[in-house]
Write a protein that binds this ligand. Structure first.
Ligand SMILES: *[C@@H]1O[C@H](CO)[C@@H](O)[C@H](O)[C@H]1NC(C)=O
Ligand SMILES: *[C@@H]1O[C@H](CO)[C@@H](O)[C@H](O)[C@H]1NC(C)=O
Ligand SMILES: *[C@@H]1O[C@H](CO)[C@@H](O)[C@H](O)[C@H]1NC(C)=O
Ligand SMILES: [Cu+2]
Length: 234
């Protein structure tokens, strides 16, 4: 598999002293050009879920940088499993890992989703019955590689993949949950014809609020096996 170092790396090298969290640093795909990830300003979180920052990151600049289109996209066949390589992630930052996609209505290298409800969930992982969190337990067990599959029936076209960790170590009240999103541009190929109905679509910002189940959650005292992953169904 081809392994790509993300353009974001060069941005982060100047930010080595930012208080540590993390971001997706690499993607594995069939044929992945560089500059497919919408650049983000650093490795910090978004906690005000009403801001555009929560869409594609951009916590220091009002979301401008995070949502700005990248010049290129990766070409991947529907049904492909992609691996996203996270930077070293603090053990304390437990929480779910969630992936959405949005079909670009025009050239993805110029498209800004804005506040439109265009995002549908394609994968989610929260807490297992054994009490293991997607982040950090499962992520660590897989050497920091998060994997998800582009739905095999998905209609061909250009999509933004929005992948995130929601860290819950400070989520006992709102604001507190820390969202770490990354947006990746892809061209999906194949003979699929499916796109989820409008009723399955959410907006960022909008999908998460202070009262969304799983946004306020006490990971220290709530030993329930069930953690309600925020957002719509897959
Ligand atoms: C993930 O990226 C790091 C940093 O570039 C690299 O050392 C590591 O080998 C990568 N993991 C995989 C599975 O490619
Ligand atoms: C999409 O936009 C980019 C950047 O403006 C341009 O280089 C490319 O040719 C466009 N692609 C199509 C299919 O219009
Ligand atoms: C644990 O979290 C679930 C889901 O948010 C909630 O319904 C339940 O009341 C919580 N339990 C405790 C003991 O706080
Ligand atoms: Cu952190």
């Amino acid at each position: 598999m081809f392994k790509l170092h993300l353009a974001a790396l060069s941005i982060f090298s100047a930010l080595a002293s930012v208080r540590g969290h993390g971001y997706v640093q690499q993607i594995t795909a069939g044929s992945a050009p560089q500059r497919i990830v919408r650049a983000i300003p650093g490795n910090g979180p978004i906690t005000d879920l009403s801001l555009i920052d929560v869409q594609c990151n951009g916590y220091t600049d009002g979301g401008v940088l995070g949502s700005t289109p990248a010049p290129l996209f990766a070409t991947v066949a529907a049904g492909t499993t992609l691996g996203l390589n996270w930077t070293t992630w603090p053990d304390s930052h437990v929480g779910p890992m969630i992936t959405y996609m949005a079909l670009a209505p025009k050239n993805i290298t110029t498209w800004l989703p804005g506040t439109s409800a265009v995002w549908f969930k394609v994968a989610q992982s929260g807490k297992t019955a054994a009490g293991l969190w997607a982040s950090t337990d499962l992520l660590t067990a897989s050497n920091s590689i998060y994997s998800f599959t582009i739905p095999a029936k998905l209609k061909a076209g250009q999509y933004i993949i929005r992948h995130e960790i929601i860290a819950l170590h400070s989520a006992t009240t709102y604001p507190g949950a820390q969202v770490y999103p990354s947006c990746i541009q892809v061209q999906v190929t194949g003979s699929g014809t499916s796109v989820p109905p409008a009723s399955a679509m959410v907006a960022f910002p909008g999908a998460y609020t202070a009262t969304t189940p799983g946004i306020v959650f006490n990971v220290y005292t709530n030993t329930s096996a069930v953690y309600p992953i925020p957002g719509p169904a897959v």
